[in-house]
Design a protein around this ligand. Structure first.
Ligand SMILES: Cc1cc2nc3c(=O)[nH]c(=O)nc-3n(C[C@H](O)[C@H](O)[C@H](O)COP(=O)(O)OP(=O)(O)OC[C@H]3O[C@@H](n4cnc5c(N)ncnc54)[C@H](O)[C@@H]3O)c2cc1C
Ligand SMILES: NC(=O)c1ccc[n+]([C@@H]2O[C@H](COP(=O)([O-])OP(=O)(O)OC[C@H]3O[C@@H](n4cnc5c(N)ncnc54)[C@H](OP(=O)(O)O)[C@@H]3O)[C@@H](O)[C@H]2O)c1
Length: 266
């Protein structure tokens, strides 16, 4: 939780503008800001954004969903009931100021995996955001044979970006890039589950434990081939780490080795 004086904050942040807002539901939105001059990030990293609230800057972390080379920055956010930052965020109009810290942050990037042929990207809710950026980078389609996005949400209306993934899959196919992308949609509180491949009922952790993610993709997890990212609800992330450890995997290490990287959103 951070709240700082505007003069102090302006030394490390750039005052940008809100460009557009796309509302997926009453609680979920994607928004775009101008990009600070010289801003650099690697797909999978997050920005820290600041809003002026009662004369102070309140800042929060947001994963970047846009591609590395775009001249705007995009983010995917949930409006938390009573949340200090997101209550203000939800009321912003295009043209309003949004501070963007000049540095980018985080270590959940695909380029850190130096081996393995399958990349699994597990997310609850808005934890999907980093993967939207990662899958817009050509490297990941050339480096892996299999890309699997697993998106866990409460209800169907919260399954954002599915069309974007389909566009990226088509683009990759047109480019002749080798990787295959599978999207698994997992819902926990929706009775209307489509009877179609890629749709699952239950929590990601339960589905992982029961082998149902592997069954749905036809891809057994292996220490040699599988690399995993998990992002979003911290309890989900903790449970995923434990389940992967039971399968002989460990966190990615700077010194080499390891199979997974994770990011907690709170
Ligand atoms: C590394 C990192 C990256 C993040 N990236 C994103 C992102 O891309 N999109 C995003 O929406 N949030 C993201 N967050 C969370 C974000 O920084 C804020 O905490 C969130 O927007 C709530 O701020 P607030 O001030 O409105 O609520 P607060 O008053 O700070 O309330 C926080 C509470 O809201 C809930 N909460 C917070 N974030 C989420 C979430 N994303 N989904 C569900 N429940 C949540 C939790 O119960 C948490 O305790 C990220 C956090 C971290 C640490
Ligand atoms: N009260 C409500 O009805 C309601 C509705 C929407 C949003 N909200 C608010 O919105 C925020 C939550 O947003 P969200 O729905 O995007 O995030 P979330 O609570 O993290 O839920 C997203 C998905 O993650 C699953 N999940 C939760 N804990 C898990 C765990 N330990 N292991 C594996 N999966 C887990 C959820 O399953 P489960 O469904 O099984 O928990 C759900 O499918 C909170 O601030 C909440 O207060 C509240």
């Amino acid at each position: 939780m951070s709240s700082v004086n505007i003069d102090v904050y302006s030394e490390k942040a750039s005052c940008e503008r809100l460009l557009s807002v796309h509302r997926w539901t009453d609680k979920l939105l994607s928004f775009r800001t101008t990009r600070p001059a010289g801003y650099r990030f690697t797909a999978g990293q997050f920005a820290r954004l600041g809003l002026e609230i009662d004369g102070q800057i309140v800042s929060r972390a947001y994963s970047i969903t846009s591609a590395e080379q775009e001249d705007q920055l995009e983010y995917y956010a949930i409006v938390v009931p009573g949340g200090q930052f997101t209550t203000r965020l939800a009321a912003l109009q295009p043209g309003d100021p949004v501070w963007v810290e000049k540095l980018s942050y985080g270590f959940m990037t695909a380029d850190r995996f130096v081996d393995g042929r399958q990349l699994w990207m597990l997310a609850t809710g808005t934890g999907l955001g980093p993967y939207v950026s990662i899958l817009q980078q050509p490297d990941v389609w050339q480096r892996f044979d299999e890309l699997v996005v697993v998106h866990g949400v409460r209800q169907r209306e919260e399954l954002a970006y599915a069309d974007k993934f389909e566009q990226l899959r088509q683009h990759a196919s047109q480019q002749g890039w080798p990787a295959r992308l599978q999207l698994l949609r997992c819902m926990t509180r929706d009775d209307a589950l489509p009877d179609a491949p890629g749709w699952l009922a239950g929590r990601i952790t339960t589905l992982l434990k029961e082998g149902r993610l592997e069954q749905a993709t036809g891809l057994p997890l292996s220490v040699e081939q599988t690399r995993v990212m998990a992002c979003g609800n911290p309890e989900m992330v903790t449970e995923v780490r434990e389940l992967l450890r039971e399968r002989g995997m460990g966190p990615l290490r700077r010194t080499g080795g390891g199979q997974f990287v994770t990011e907690d959103y709170w």
